[in-house]
Write a protein that binds this ligand. Sequence first.
Ligand SMILES: *[C@@H]1O[C@H](CO)[C@@H](O)[C@H](O)[C@H]1NC(C)=O
Ligand SMILES: *[C@@H]1O[C@H](CO)[C@@H](O)[C@H](O)[C@H]1NC(C)=O
Length: 540
Amino acid sequence: MAALFVLASFISLAAASSAFENFVVQESRQSAPDAFAHLGPAAGDSMINLRIALPSQNVSGLEADLLDVSDPKSANYGNHLSKDEANAFLAPTTHAVSAVQGWLASKGLVGKISGAGNWISVAVNTSTANEMLAAEYQTFRHIASGRTYQRTLSYSLPSELANVVDIIHPTVVFDPPATGRPVLSAPRSRPRATPPASCAITITPFLACIQSLYNIPTTKSSFSNIAVSDLKTFLQLFRPDISSSTSFTVQTLDGGSNPQGTGEAGIEANLDIQYTVGLATGVPVVFVSVGENNQDGDLDGFLDLINFLNSETSVPGVLTVSYGFAGENAISNALAMQFCNACMALTARGTTIIFASGDAQACTTFIPAFPAGCPFITVVGSVGGVSPETGSSFSSGGFSNFFPSPSYQTASVQSFLQAQGSKNAGLFNPLGRAFPDVAAQGEDIEIVVGGATGLVAGTSASAPIFASVIALINSQRIAEGKAPLGFLNPLLYANPGMFNDITTGSNPGCGTSGFSARVGWDAVTGLGTPNFVTFVAALT
Ligand SMILES: *[C@@H]1O[C@H](CO)[C@@H](O)[C@H](O)[C@H]1NC(C)=O
Ligand SMILES: *[C@@H]1O[C@H](CO)[C@@H](O)[C@H](O)[C@H]1NC(C)=O
């Protein structure tokens, strides 16, 4: 016994003296993407928040449990996982956590644990980051937006850590600025098409038009909160039946701010808030404002948002996000998986996660949007017009190159592929996770910004509209003592009849005519637009 003990001590001493010295390259790339210009070495004193992802212990177990509680035919339908149950699947081993914390401690640093315990973050200057990761952080400018980024073309880890760290971000992934920010245009001067009658008149009854199109109830339930001027004007104009002091709460992350500006972020925030508070009558809305004026990029905001929610005790019934990334290929596969796994844990706890599908098709071959390919979120495309509703030309749809087709959609997508024959063959991955899942109005959407009415278009309008329908259904279910819907997709694909099937429109791009809307699921409008009444009927 004693001898063994001595030997063990000797080994650990030997290890300690040479600890963290043999570096192994973790990830590298030849050069920055063409969309970025190299400006020179990053200033040594500029800060970077390194987010270290540790390997999860049981991702497939989480997926199996999620599919069980989300399958309407399962006895466990709606039995959402607790925080501890969900996070236990994604947690890393205690050995991995102590190895990473030990390494950070050897640099005088303490990592902050977030997410399901599988992310450890630490803020350091780039000079320290270069030393810790045998990296060379440089400053790059994203040419189109002018935004600067700090990235390295390669990073290494001490050999002891090679198997206990999955990835570190931001390092070699050049995530472009998120897209989906709507551009404000002048108010409508032409009348809306008929019917329904409520859609026929200009401007004022637009929310009523959407309520009528999708059979959304307008029943009031009172609650009050902070008042916001633009929201007040919007509600006075479009929902005179509900109190214009109805508001929402703001949660800030990463130095985010209360989004009251009239700039780009202000338009997006106004759109999201006006079409959730305005449609989901009485449902408390929390606006999570994620800071974006840092050199870490927008992907960090997404990661921090999901990781923040996963570490909260109670989670929202619906999370709707109108931003996305135009090209899945700009994100590494490993980072995409980490993000999608975090979404899986959140939706397993009963949060429906909704993302806009995106407003453009990237080219060469079709490059799918991100995170639309993640199978655990519900992706919303766009339609315009009312009689009939028609798939919007900008409604991004397609097939992931990272995520395989999940079983819940395979039959629906196969029917679509058979129907369209050889169209666009070779330009997309027919075995990939296909999107969007659903669609909602996204053209000529009226919002109020800075007291003035304007129009926006984009799937970023469709996402909050669809989210509001789900929030109202959740409200009704909770009033009946039922669980919120949580992960929707298995339910949706098993009940296509609850949607208004959209069969006209297409999303041309990349010099092709794109995909066409068809009977059944299609890569422009998914299963179609929601109908509150048939949705509720299908649930009972
Ligand atoms: C970076 O941070 C370290 C640790 O706080 C500090 O000692 C060092 O002076 C900093 N380097 C620069 C260039 O600011
Ligand atoms: C992973 O989770 C599944 C589902 O709960 C469970 O059956 C399996 O034993 C777990 N595997 C490991 C290695 O913990």
